[in-house]
Design a protein. Structure first.
Length: 412
């Protein structure tokens, strides 16, 4: 289907200009003043047209854990979530995933990176909703897993399955606290064999760092660098407790970092990731929500604002990270981390776009649209969500979402 978006204010180099946009199939075909015929026409009426948000770290199947893991430290969180994981049903995983994807679409997230087991079930939910999903099957040592069978074999089986157009397989590592060097090397081998990206938790807590030093005599990033696991195919989530030396190791190996500020604060990780130092060392930093167990929301507006305010407050400097910086992290940096041809509105880019209502009361006045989005915006401002050239949210309403189907659904 072709879609013509008329009279929009489109984002170009972090500035907004008036333009039409023609989508042909799943690609942006034209921008500027357009008089071509299209199957579907949206009059944007000077609303804001921006690239869809990219959530680079999630566990979408844990959406059903919302409210079950609050007020607890990470060690207890992991134990409790592990207990829940061990008794889950396929139906619970599917319903949780479906609900989480609808929540992400509603807030303008068009692409997400997931880390979990049962990604084959999560893939079915992604195919139904139409969201762009990068699904990393979580691998850890056999002795720690709640999965049936070998996590490594499960991951390889998932990678070699058939996948719908909107799903890209990845391989993940749960973390250094449950994964031996042998497991990391098996993951690296599969990444190379099938040319898929990798995803992992890394240096999320001080305890993780101290335990790793006790075990190996090295910090987590130092150890993964020593065994040659770090690479440009890796997206590392959290990286809260990394040193300048480790930041340089991440940069040298072109590792991408997913910043999960709300989750880190909720679990009281004890500080923010050293984002300014990462940016100064040319690391691609994007933004992740983590799970509804450790965040309770899959809302990129909330994530951008909290990320910006939390680190500026921590550094006693309201300008060390700016609104343009976090907006770029939520959009262009996410696309770049996934080698996805998007994040900019120009011919040839993928048609993953959202339209934001600039006439909403919280978006007036329009002195600076990006600042409005970052500081004032919320999911109710998202009028349209287009993923891969398909409309998933229209006139402020999610397509195919019926809340009655979820009220008494099984989520565990």
């Amino acid at each position: 289907m072709s879609i013509l978006i008329k009279n929009a204010m489109i984002l170009r180099d972090l500035k907004f200009i008036k333009s039409d946009v023609l989508i042909d199939g799943n690609i942006i075909k034209k921008t500027g003043e357009i008089k071509d015929y299209a199957d579907y026409i949206i009059d944007a009426k000077c609303n804001l047209l921006i690239p869809g948000f990219v959530n680079t770290h999630a566990h979408v199947a844990m959406t059903g854990f919302k409210g079950l893991l609050d007020d607890t430290v990470l060690s207890d969180f992991l134990e409790k979530s592990g207990d829940l994981d061990s008794s889950r049903t396929d139906n619970g995983i599917y319903n949780s995933s479906l609900l989480g994807m609808y929540e992400m679409i509603n807030s303008g997230i068009t692409t997400f990176v997931d880390l979990y087991y049962s990604e084959d079930i999560i893939q079915r939910a992604a195919e139904k909703t139409g969201i762009r999903a990068y699904l990393a099957w979580a691998v850890l040592d056999d002795e720690y897993t709640t999965q049936k069978g070998s996590p490594v074999k499960n991951a390889e089986h998932f990678i070699t399955m058939d996948h719908p157009e909107n799903v890209t397989p990845m391989i993940g590592v749960q973390g250094i606290y449950v994964s031996s060097d042998e497991t990391y090397m098996k993951v690296l081998d599969l990444s190379k064999k099938y040319n898929v990206m990798m995803h992992t938790h890394l240096s999320e807590t001080r305890k993780e760092v101290y335990d790793t030093v006790k075990r190996y005599g090295e910090r987590p990033v130092e150890h993964l660098n020593k065994i040659n696991f770090l690479s440009d195919k890796l997206i590392a989530a959290h990286c809260v407790w990394v040193t300048i030396n480790e930041i340089k190791m991440l940069s040298k190996n072109n590792v991408k970092v997913s910043w999960n500020s709300v989750s880190n604060a909720k679990l009281a990780s004890g500080g923010n990731a050293p984002i300014p130092e990462m940016l100064n060392n040319n690391i691609n930093v994007s933004i992740g929500t983590d799970s509804s167990g450790s965040n309770n929301s899959l809302d990129m507006f909330q994530e951008m604002k909290f990320s910006l305010l939390s680190i500026n407050n921590e550094r006693w400097d309201p300008s060390i990270i700016k609104s343009n910086d976090v907006f770029k992290m939520a959009t262009l940096n996410g696309y770049s981390a996934l080698n996805l041809n998007g994040g900019i509105i120009e011919p040839g880019s993928i048609a993953d776009l959202i339209i934001i209502d600039r006439r909403a009361v919280n978006m007036i006045p329009g002195n600076d649209f990006i600042k409005n989005i970052v500081f004032s915006g919320n999911p109710s401002n998202v009028l349209y969500v287009i993923v891969n050239g398909k409309i998933l949210k229209e006139n402020g309403r999610l397509n195919n979402f019926n809340p009655d189907e979820f009220i008494d659904a099984e989520f565990l």
